[in-house]
Design a protein around this ligand. Structure first.
Ligand code: NAD
Length: 362
């Protein structure tokens, strides 16, 4: 069966890192009989420039019809002055909610070759392999009422609402328990139940779902403690499940444990396993257009796509092994080179393709 893949390059370094991943797809097509049709579409600032909207209607249609979506990055200083609904980030948030991509998987894996790149001591992080499961379509980023209003004394106040319906908590909990079962069967749920009622309900529902997963060990941590534990003794974690806001912050913290945000892939899945796959990092306007971006997070996102949406685990493993092989060869983009000599985005992408071909015997 031919897989339809929507390709959303976006802004900044987006087109450069996506070009590297497209070369990998082309290699899989030519050498490994991977049947895929690619459909490019505009999003974010590029969507606004081309169609006046950060999520143009035609882009949403293409994404709805696709089996999976490969996403680069969005945003840039030239769009910072746009009104809320037109901002690039809105395109991404709306796409996630339009497709009900509620389960965000953010692995934080420390490649042994890069152990010295972590800001923590190697002995604390060597062999780190955490999966953060972040609820993505609810919580305070979407809750209402929200806004900035005038108070009686004429001054202003800003306000947002953190809200989770029971069914939203239950489905993200189930998604996280299922993932824990595929790993080391440890699940830590993170909330702020000592202060927030929304977290009280979160904890209650997670405990209820846990009854169906007796083989998974469940623990609960307040988010402040979880942040502390992540930098104190991160290897204690297997899978972490948490809401949208806490997950946003903790997954970036976990990202830094691994040394480079340029190495981290992510997946956002709906209830049927259809997903969008994207690097954790943003559009890096400071290095865009200079062949400096690390394409590995995007290439590893492609591997996650093959595993979680397209049922091609062997191809996923082939890509992941090729990334390990180029790191073994000593190839580094500037962000992971620690001052030593480095290669560019294109060269790194080409090296991964060569390693895949080598592993495939061609
Ligand atoms: P960022 O992730 O773009 O960049 C942070 C730092 O990491 C920068 O120094 C950047 O050069 C570096 N970096 C990021 N990705 C890299 C890569 N692949 N290789 C090498 N270095 C890399 O975050 P930011 O600077 O806070 O935001 C820049 C823009 O990106 C903003 O407009 C923001 O809104 C947007 N953003 C988009 C997404 C997304 O598309 N999912 C996520 C976060 C931020």
């Amino acid at each position: 069966m031919t897989s339809k893949i929507a390709i959303l390059a976006g802004d900044g370094i987006g087109p450069e890192i996506i070009a590297a991943a497209e070369k990998v797809i082309e290699c899989l097509r030519q050498d490994f009989a991977f049947a895929a049709e690619l459909e490019p579409a505009a999003i974010g600032g590029a969507g606004y420039d081309q169609h006046g909207q950060p999520l143009p209607e035609q882009t949403l249609d293409i994404c709805k019809q696709a089996d999976a979506i490969l996403f680069g990055a969005i945003g840039g200083p030239q769009y910072d002055g746009l009104a809320g609904e037109l901002r690039p980030e809105k395109g991404l948030l709306n796409l996630r909610s339009s497709l009900s991509l509620f389960s965000n998987l953010r692995p934080a894996i420390l490649y042994p070759q890069l152990a010295s790149a972590s800001s923590l001591k190697s002995e604390l992080v060597a062999g780190l392999d955490i999966m953060i499961v972040r609820e993505l379509t609810g919580g305070i980023y979407f809750g209402g009422p929200r806004g900035i209003r005038e108070r009686e004394d004429g001054s202003r106040e800003g306000f947002n609402t953190m809200v989770y319906a029971e069914h939203e908590i239950e489905r993200i909990a189930r998604s996280a328990f299922d993932i824990a079962r595929l790993r080391n069967r440890g699940l830590c749920s993170v909330d702020k139940a000592n202060v927030l009622e929304v977290s009280e309900l979160w904890r209650e529902v997670v405990d209820r779902v846990a009854e169906d997963y007796a083989d998974v060990t469940v623990s609960h941590l307040y988010v402040d403690n979880a942040a502390m534990q992540l930098v104190r003794a991160p290897r204690q974690f297997d899978v972490i499940v948490t809401g949208n806001l806490f997950g946003d912050i903790l997954s970036d913290t976990a990202a830094m444990l691994t040394g480079s945000i340029g190495m981290l892939p992510s997946a956002s899945l709906d209830e049927n396993g259809k997903g969008m796959f994207e690097p954790v990092h943003g559009s890096a306007p400071d290095i865009a257009g200079n062949n400096l971006a690390n394409p590995l997070a995007t290439i590893l996102s492609l591997a996650m796509m093959l595993r979680y949406s397209l049922q091609q685990p062997q191809l996923a493993e082939l890509i992941e092994a090729a990334v390990g092989a180029v790191l073994d060869q000593g190839l580094r983009t500037a962000d992971i080179a620690a001052g030593a000599s480095s290669v560019g985005t294109r060269e790194m992408g080409d090296a991964v393709v060569a390693a895949i071909r080598a592993a495939g015997g061609r």
